[in-house]
Design a protein around this ligand. Structure first.
Ligand SMILES: NC(=O)c1ccc[n+]([C@@H]2O[C@H](COP(=O)([O-])OP(=O)(O)OC[C@H]3O[C@@H](n4cnc5c(N)ncnc54)[C@H](OP(=O)(O)O)[C@@H]3O)[C@@H](O)[C@H]2O)c1
Length: 328
């Protein structure tokens, strides 16, 4: 198979197109002929070696990528319910690698069929896995109830952009996003179902005292600090990432007590393996949301040979929506 491999940790230039043996599916697994593989911030962090000392994390040489979509190539022992050639999208599996390859192996319980849905596979890979995780985060961790309000930091980021559609689907009454000033123009033109998107540098004053039931924060740092002024008794802040890179951030637990507020973490890589029953409802909700236009984000498609360019664009923040790689 054709794959993009990082032979060592380092700059985007370590990414090279290579030929590797075709993997075959084991029991309970599906092999997928990949048509599209999405590029996420986590791929950049893996390539840079930011998790090199964390046990179980990818070590070179490795194939980055944890989101791939395509058609069923082969079924492992015991797998039923899928046909060869059927269009599918899997949730990421294992160590979060292997997606930038023309063949990807996924456990069957994390695979959803998009056959007959008319969802473009590039949009499907860009949004379905993230929207499934957003469903788990909002429904099970934040316990979002109908009529509640939601604030989403880094509103147009790959992961964050899956939240407004799922929040709407779950009955949120108001969905507000924050972006850095460089993304205000993109925010004005987004088709994602936000009621309003504001400049995070203007928090909290720009919201004129508005408080939220649920805050989704994949960014961290200053916006995480600002979030506490936007909460009320019963609010839930879901810590869902650290795109801003502030690894020393701390929460004053007595403030949570005094304000009667909740801070919860959500990391799909940690949560889903121990809660596999959450995957199927998440995927089904995600497919419905994407098919009904609730997750309409711009997607740039580049060939595998431009994987380094894709990583450079992620690092320089020169993107609006998502970048997806294709082996063809
Ligand atoms: N909890 C989970 O299960 C889960 C799942 C997927 C991802 N994540 C995490 O979520 C975070 C975002 O991932 P992603 O793939 O969505 O990344 P992404 O597409 O690059 O989005 C990053 C978002 O963060 C914003 N941001 C604010 N300050 C930033 C800074 N200093 N550097 C970079 N970005 C900054 C970006 O704004 P601009 O557009 O203005 O740059 C953008 O909106 C990561 O920490 C990732 O590990 C968590």
């Amino acid at each position: 198979m054709k794959a993009i491999q990082a032979a060592q940790f380092g700059s985007p230039s370590v990414l090279k197109v290579v030929n590797l043996p075709d993997p075959t599916p084991g029991p309970g697994q599906i092999a997928i002929d990949v048509s599209h593989a999405a590029v996420g911030l986590i791929d950049i962090l893996f390539r840079q070696g930011q998790f090199k000392d964390v046990p179980g994390m990818a070590q070179p040489p490795f194939v980055p990528g944890l989101e791939a979509a395509g058609t069923v190539r082969a079924l492992g022992d015991g797998v039923t319910g899928f046909a060869i050639g059927e269009k599918v999208v899997p949730m990421s599996a294992g160590a979060g690698t292997g997606g930038y390859a023309s063949v990807y192996i996924a456990p069957v319980q994390g695979v959803v069929s998009i056959e007959g849905s008319h969802v473009d596979p590039a949009l499907a890979v860009a949004m379905i896995p993230n929207a499934a995780m957003a469903h788990v985060a909002l429904a099970l961790i934040a316990k979002l109830a109908e009529g509640e309000s939601v604030l989403i930091h880094g509103a147009l980021g790959g992961f964050a952009s899956a939240f407004p559609g799922i929040a709407r689907q779950l009955g949120a009454s108001r969905v507000v996003g924050t972006v850095r000033s460089g993304k205000l123009e993109a925010a004005a033109n987004t088709k994602l179902p936000y009621d309003r998107i504001i400049d995070s540098a203007e928090l909290p004053g720009v919201l004129a005292g508005e408080r939220f039931d649920v805050i989704i924060d994949p960014v961290g740092g200053a916006v995480r600090d600002q979030s506490f002024a936007l909460m009320k008794p019963g609010s839930r802040l879901i810590v869902a990432g650290n795109a801003g890179g502030d690894w020393t951030h701390a929460v004053k637990t007595n403030d949570l007590w005094l304000g009667s507020m909740t801070v919860a973490g959500f990391n799909a890589g940690a949560f889903l393996p121990s809660h596999p029953e959450a995957i199927r409802p998440g995927l089904e909700a995600a497919l419905k949301a994407v098919a009904s236009g609730l997750c309409d984000t711009p997607v740039d498609v580049l060939p595998f040979s431009e994987a380094a360019t894709a990583h450079e664009r992620m690092e320089s923040r020169d993107l609006n929506g998502r970048i997806v790689l294709t082996p063809q």
